[in-house]
Design a protein around this ligand. Structure first.
Ligand SMILES: [Zn+2]
Ligand SMILES: [Zn+2]
Length: 168
């Protein structure tokens, strides 16, 4: 029986799968995944967990199992690759890409019979939102700054003050 991961790799044979220190996508077509102590063991378990026949028999599986999370995160990165994502300039753009990649992951989960953990996905989205928020706050005055298309942040208050000072 072919390993589940092997099947996914074969289905996306145009993607380069590489072991990394975290799940990530690098344009145009490299997906990094976290290493496990024993990959063969993960594969064995993943085959069991994702075996539709077993699920139909009512065999319980833990939706938070490592394998389910592994494939959920992997599918997200594959989503970036399939959508042809490139580097983003603005954070809002990034947020849109993340959401789009999760929607792709949803399709793959359905196709491969992997549990699409909505809560987990929303937690991931929250980390991007928190990240975006922390980047947008002005360190000088605490006001929410805006980002221009070149990726630069500008504070409406501090920039205006600088502008006035510059004109003097
Ligand atoms: Zn992503
Ligand atoms: Zn400011």
């Amino acid at each position: 029986m072919q390993g589940f991961f092997e099947r996914v790799k074969a289905d996306f044979d145009w993607i380069k799968f590489r072991v990394g220190h975290k799940f990530a996508f690098r344009a145009p077509r490299t997906v990094f995944f976290e290493d496990y102590r024993s990959e063969s063991d993960v594969l064995k378990k993943s085959v069991q967990v994702n075996n539709g026949a077993m699920l139909k028999k009512g065999v319980q599986y833990n939706p938070n199992s490592t394998e389910q999370i592994f494939y959920l995160l992997l599918f997200h990165e594959i989503g970036h690759a399939v959508l042809g994502h490139k580097d983003f300039l603005t954070d809002v753009e990034r947020l849109k890409m993340e959401r789009a990649a999760w929607e792709e992951a949803r399709k793959f989960c359905k196709k491969y019979d992997v549990f699409y953990d909505e809560d987990r996905v929303e937690r991931e989205m929250d980390t991007y939102r928190d990240w975006l928020h922390s980047r947008s706050v002005c360190k000088t005055c605490g006001l929410t700054r805006f980002q221009t298309l070149d990726g630069q942040y500008h504070c409406p208050r501090c920039n205006e003050i600088l502008g006035i000072m510059g004109k003097k």
